[in-house]
Design a protein around this ligand. Structure first.
Ligand SMILES: [Fe+2]
Length: 442
């Protein structure tokens, strides 16, 4: 589908005229295409976790060889990259060597962390934040330096931020590590559209679905995604499967495995916790929210979001995108209305600041909304129905990565008017931003 950016940013009179035509076309399209429920299912059978000896979960050969290598953007502008990896046998060196095609080799040093979870003891988790990189440049990097088992990878930094910078995002949610998860990741890797960065909508390893939150599953998940996440940044949203709160086994610190293993550049956006933050990529401003951190009035997340939204300069980053785990608009009979309290708190802010797209996961299916809002409600007026609103975002649920819990294939009937398209099938999406007015989402 073609997505139109909000008309708050307009380049020229010609662009304005074109925009008006688009508004008309899209308004018509909304009504024509609204309310489709697809019955397609990629694979109806229940998903099973891949076995420990699956080739895609393999431990790299050699003593203390770095494993679970993954990267994420390390700053607000795209000139930083956080590189993370695990050494299993001993801490080893936290030195990382990196270089460009014709440049000289440079060294950076990471920090090492470990954690215990019930009877599990983690390996040595390294995080190294590379700073002041050149935009739009391919960097090679090597970890495990000093041992005999160094491993080499590469990534490309994003282009300098600007209003017409094209950029392609991959969108994956609720991935897990089943045979279906593997199919989803393979489809993404082979997608000719060529995603440059993954926006991940939360729920990574599903370790908590196993006895005592078997944290070995966090390790196997790290090895599973390495083939993509070591080469392009994955932007992390926290889901309920990251909470790992288990007082019955003495684990009372929420998000313990996730926060040790997956870093986010939250300090660069003046956030006070890794679960809510923002990054600029290409012509997009990405705001990540946390469904499982406090979001009431006066809470840190709310105070941050209230200050954050007015900071967005739409002349620089015309596309404003929000990521959150639990969807605010969901017409499946799974997690029904779980996102409602956060919607009540934050939807007026998003409409006021004309957010373009809100991506969510959690529900293991696909759903796209019309451009609607439900912000008129007052106790005295009782006006509480989603209504067409050109200032409102389009809401997309893409929690269909293929995890062990299976598909959400039971829908509320009839399909509500605000719901444009639903399909209970595993998959991923891509969002190719072309310029300040057009993007192609599929
Ligand atoms: Fe979830």
């Amino acid at each position: 589908m073609m997505m139109k950016m909000k008309s708050s940013v307009r380049g020229s009179a010609a662009a304005s005229a074109a925009m008006c035509c688009l508004v008309l076309l899209i308004t018509t399209a909304d009504f024509c295409n609204g309310g489709v429920t697809s019955r397609f299912v990629r694979k109806p059978e229940e998903s099973q976790d891949m076995p420990l000896d699956a080739d895609v979960l393999r431990v790299p050969p050699g003593y203390n060889a770095p494993q679970q290598v993954h990267i994420t953007q390390g700053d607000h502008e795209g000139k930083g990259m956080i590189v993370s990896w695990v050494t299993q046998d001993e801490p080893g060196s936290s030195k990382l060597i990196y270089w460009t095609e014709n440049g000289k080799k440079q060294a950076a040093y990471g920090l090492i962390t470990t954690y215990d979870y019930y009877t599990y003891k983690s390996g040595y988790i390294h995080h190294c934040n590379l700073k002041n990189l050149e935009h739009d440049t391919k960097y090679y990097y090597e970890v495990g330096t000093g041992g005999n088992n160094t491993r080499q990878f590469w990534f490309k930094t994003p282009p300098k931020v600007g209003p017409d910078v094209p950029f392609t995002f991959g969108l994956i949610g609720d991935l897990g590590q089943t045979f279906d998860s593997n199919a989803t990741l393979t489809h993404y890797e082979n997608n000719p559209i060529g995603g440059q960065t993954v926006l991940f909508l939360g729920d990574l390893s599903y370790a908590d679905n196993h006895p005592n939150h078997d944290n070995v599953k966090w390790d196997t998940f790290g090895r599973f995604i390495e083939r993509s996440a070591a080469y392009q940044p994955w932007i992390w949203t926290t889901g309920n499967h990251e909470i790992d709160y288990a007082p019955e086994i003495g684990e009372t610190k929420p998000f313990k495995p996730f926060t040790h293993r997956y870093h986010t550049p939250y300090k660069a956006s003046i956030s006070t916790a890794p679960h809510w933050y923002s990054v600029k990529i290409g012509s997009a401003y990405i705001i990540v929210l946390s469904s499982y951190s406090a979001y009431g009035k006066y809470t840190p997340q709310t105070e941050w979001l209230e200050k954050e939204l007015p900071k967005v300069n739409r002349s620089e980053t015309p596309w404003l995108i929000v990521l959150v785990h639990s969807p605010w608009y969901n017409s499946y009979n799974y997690h029904y209305m779980e996102g409602e309290t956060m919607r009540v708190m934050y939807e007026p802010l998003l409409v006021q600041h004309r957010v373009d797209l809100v991506f969510a996961g959690h529900v293991h299916a696909y759903e796209r909304s019309e451009r609607i809002s439900n912000v008129a409600y007052r106790v005295v007026s009782g006006d509480c129905k989603p209504a067409k609103d050109d200032d409102a975002p389009v809401y997309i649920t893409i929690g269909d990565g293929g995890n062990i819990e299976g598909l959400a294939n039971n829908m509320t009937e009839p399909q509500p008017e605000y719901s444009a398209y639903r399909e209970a099938s595993f998959g991923h999406a891509t969002l190719s931003i072309k310029n300040r007015t057009h993007a192609y989402y599929t």
